[in-house]
Design a protein around this ligand. Structure first.
Ligand SMILES: [Zn+2]
Length: 427
């Protein structure tokens, strides 16, 4: 059984790498091929220079992604078949066993695993921020701010993450045979609490959120919110420009904590009517219950995850097949959890197109809602500015986009917004 499992895992890993490499190669070829010509519907509104920059940025990210994929595969094999997780587990377990068995050992194991993972990712993170983003003029992060962010993240991990981890592991240890059901319930409680705590308490640790100070624009926005039935106190402007020139807007939160956040970089670029149209799109996500749907989908998926974990954690082949010796005298919950997260990553690649397909459908729905509440031409103009400011390519490979894109490619999205995209965009 153990060697069959090794084989299944190895096949999934090879298949996932081959799929990702094939998609990346398609994307690179397609974007490079269309680099020197703005697609016809955008010719009046997108300068060639901006189009070329988007192509170069997309290609640079694809090249980095290629190395990241290879490195990730080596790390995954290092943890599993080459014995990394086993070595980490035995050294921590043996060092702590006599006096600190049980929960303390499990927490030390997870903390060490997370810390090593973060250190391994560090070179890519630094390269992305200070080289790639810098080169294309997007980075606004200083080294000082980067260090402050990292320390805040570490403090949050210790103050919030570790107690939550302890609670979940404790529940796994004391609730008997149905522990996976209890652990899932605890996890869902954390997810719900995060919907309230993250926007109101944690996000403000990293950014400033202020109300809009532009009075005429505020009036316009309040009119829209009233029409659409959305609480007017839920609109905030975030100082995204502290870290990056990328522009964006997002929706988050539950109940009284639900809010729509505009980056200051986006607000500065859009005309008042365009702000209104983008806001109408974000309100659409709430009105169409997209947050609720996503949490529900996640609840079902994590239930399946915990049920599978409950079963696998009692099978010796699950451990030995991936190069890990199960504990005989200490609890296996944390070890099984880490191994499960590692083992599922190649399989999860094949779920990507389903999840991104759902997401794109939500985006089309929110766009349709926005067209009822505001002018679709304003939304189209805003989306185009957003593409240009973020150097997002207008010519992605169709198969790549279908697999990965959480938002529809500009061409499809603008076509859906208007029967005649070209004149609408030129206006
Ligand atoms: Zn959206």
């Amino acid at each position: 059984m153990s060697s069959t499992w090794t084989l299944v895992f190895a096949i999934a890993l090879i298949a996932s790498l081959a799929t990702r490499a094939w998609l990346a190669a398609r994307q690179v070829r397609h974007v490079a091929l269309h680099r020197d010509e703005v697609p016809l519907p955008f010719r009046a509104s997108v300068p060639l220079e901006a189009h070329r920059k988007a192509a170069d940025y997309t290609l640079a990210k694809a090249r980095l992604g290629h190395w990241q994929m290879i490195f990730g595969a080596v790390v995954l094999l290092g943890w599993t078949l080459f014995g990394g997780l086993d070595a980490l587990n035995t050294s921590i377990r043996d060092a702590m066993a006599p006096r600190w068995g049980g929960l303390a050992y499990e927490m030390a194991l997870v903390a060490a695993f997370v810390a090593i993972g973060a250190l391994l990712d560090l070179p890519f993170e630094l390269y992305t921020t200070f080289r790639l983003e810098q080169r294309f003029g997007f980075n606004r992060m200083t080294w000082r701010l980067w260090v402050v962010d990292a320390l805040k993240g570490l403090a949050l991990g210790i103050v919030v993450g570790l107690p939550l981890l302890a609670a979940v592991l404790w529940i796994m240890a004391v609730t008997g045979a149905a522990w996976w059901l209890w652990a899932w319930a605890a996890w869902m409680a954390i997810v719900f609490a995060a919907q309230i705590v993250v926007p109101t308490l944690i996000a403000p640790l990293f950014n400033r959120f202020r109300e809009l100070d532009d009075a005429p624009l505020r009036q316009r926005i309040q009119g829209l919110m009233q029409r659409a039935g959305f609480a007017a106190k839920g609109f905030f402007v975030m100082d995204g420009s502290r870290r990056s020139a990328h522009a964006n807007a997002y929706f988050t939160g539950f109940g009284a904590a639900r809010r729509i956040v505009f980056f200051d970089t986006l607000l500065k670029r859009l005309a008042p009517a365009e702000v209104e149209a983008v806001l109408a799109h974000e309100i659409g996500h709430f009105k169409l219950r997209h947050i609720r749907k996503r949490i529900l989908a996640m609840a079902v998926l994590t239930l399946a995850f915990f049920a599978l974990l409950g079963w696998l954690s009692t099978r010796a082949w699950f451990f030995t097949g991936l190069g890990v010796g199960p504990n005989l005298t200490a609890p296996n919950d944390a070890l099984a959890l880490l191994l499960m997260l590692l083992a599922m990553s190649p399989f999860a690649v094949f779920a990507t197109p389903v999840v991104s397909g759902w997401s794109r459908r939500d985006e089309f729905e929110a766009d349709a809602f926005a067209c009822e509440q505001a002018d679709g031409r304003d939304l189209a103009a805003a989306l185009l500015k957003l593409h240009e400011d973020n150097a997002s390519t207008l010519t992605p490979d169709p198969v790549y986009a279908r697999f990965y894109y959480s938002h529809p490619p500009a061409m499809e999205r603008l076509a859906a917004l208007s029967d005649k995209p070209a004149p609408a965009l030129a206006s």
